[in-house]
Design a protein around this ligand. Structure first.
Ligand code: 76R
Length: 269
């Protein structure tokens, strides 16, 4: 450990995000006769949720036993997420679903490169962290480079046909502890991580969401692509990159196919 002042990473936050997954109680659903009404009600709910002005919603059919349906919501506040969640609970269809997984987080952009650049710029002007005026000068320098991030923070859900979602945390073990690294060590690791990711930029869109203080893991990773094979290739390559190889722990993986509101009829047929 160095005795340099601890550099807590700076981040910019956008929409709050809820990943909300359910399994269908198939025997009860099959035995019920009011199916059509409920489906129409659910479709109308999804239409409304998807056309919300501030945020977005998407529905995915999850492959495998972990869930049948995943709803992904972007909203401007935790309260707005709570509202859309409750409006879903009130649907009659909800009586035939069982909760399978949920994850609350917020779209997050790490500013490792921007803050590293700001520190160098200030050092060039003879200002060191902790010196009088440093905080204001630092924030002004960061602000110069973060004006154009809104398009990524307040975006629509990427329209790709497949999603791969998983929560993850950075390791805090005796041997490898992300939180005990210096800012420069973390910055270098994230630079290498970004370089691996950049190779897949054409094929996949990553939406990283921060969840420290919000849920049981530290980040949510949503990868959006049209070809799911890209998930396997990309995540495999990331595993060998030091930021993941030494410092990453992963939760359950959910892979699904995106569907429109009209598809609910067929999904539940
Ligand atoms: O901001 C950027 O998009 C550029 C650089 C970048 C950052 C800061 C980047 C690029 N990522 C960043 C941050 Mn990522 N990412 C993951 C995973 O499975 C694993 O091993 C890890 C899960 C994948 C697959 C992935 C893909 N990334 C982060 C963070 C925050 C860490 C922090 O702040 O400490 C996490 C948790 C994380 C996880 N990353 C990319 C990708 C891809 C494909 C890219 C390039 C995309 C692009 O540049 O548009």
């Amino acid at each position: 450990m160095s005795d340099a002042p601890i550099e807590v990473p700076q981040t910019k936050e956008g929409w709050y995000v809820l990943h909300d997954a359910y399994v269908v109680d198939w025997p009860r659903w099959r035995a019920c006769h009011a199916g059509n009404d409920m489906i129409e009600e659910a479709k109308a709910w999804l239409e409304r949720a998807q056309t919300v002005e501030r945020g977005d919603t998407a529905m995915y059919s999850i492959v495998g036993q972990k869930a049948d349906l995943l709803f992904l919501h972007y909203r401007e506040s935790v309260a707005a997420l709570d509202e859309v969640e409750l409006s879903f609970r009130r649907l009659r269809l909800h009586d035939y679903l069982k909760p399978s997984y949920s994850f609350l987080s917020v779209i997050e952009l790490g500013l490792y490169e921007v803050t590293g650049g700001a520190r160098r710029a200030l050092a060039g002007r003879g200002l060191q962290p902790g010196a009088p005026g440093w905080d204001e000068a630092f924030q002004a320098e960061v602000a110069k480079h973060t004006k154009d991030l809104d398009a990524r923070l307040y975006r629509k859900i990427p329209g790709h046909s497949h999603i791969c979602f998983y929560p993850m945390s950075k390791r805090r073990g005796e041997g490898h502890n992300w939180y005990a690294l210096t800012g420069d060590e973390r910055r270098n690791l994230m630079r290498s991580h970004g370089a691996v990711g950049a190779k897949y930029r054409e094929q996949v869109m990553q939406v990283v969401t921060g969840a420290i203080g919000l849920d049981d893991w530290e980040w949510g990773v949503s990868l959006h692509a049209d070809d799911p094979m890209v998930f396997k290739k990309l995540v495999t390559e990331m595993r060998y990159d030091p930021a993941s190889a030494w410092y990453a722990d992963f939760g359950p993986f959910f892979v699904g196919v995106r569907h429109r509101p009209d598809d609910i009829t067929e999904l539940l047929a």
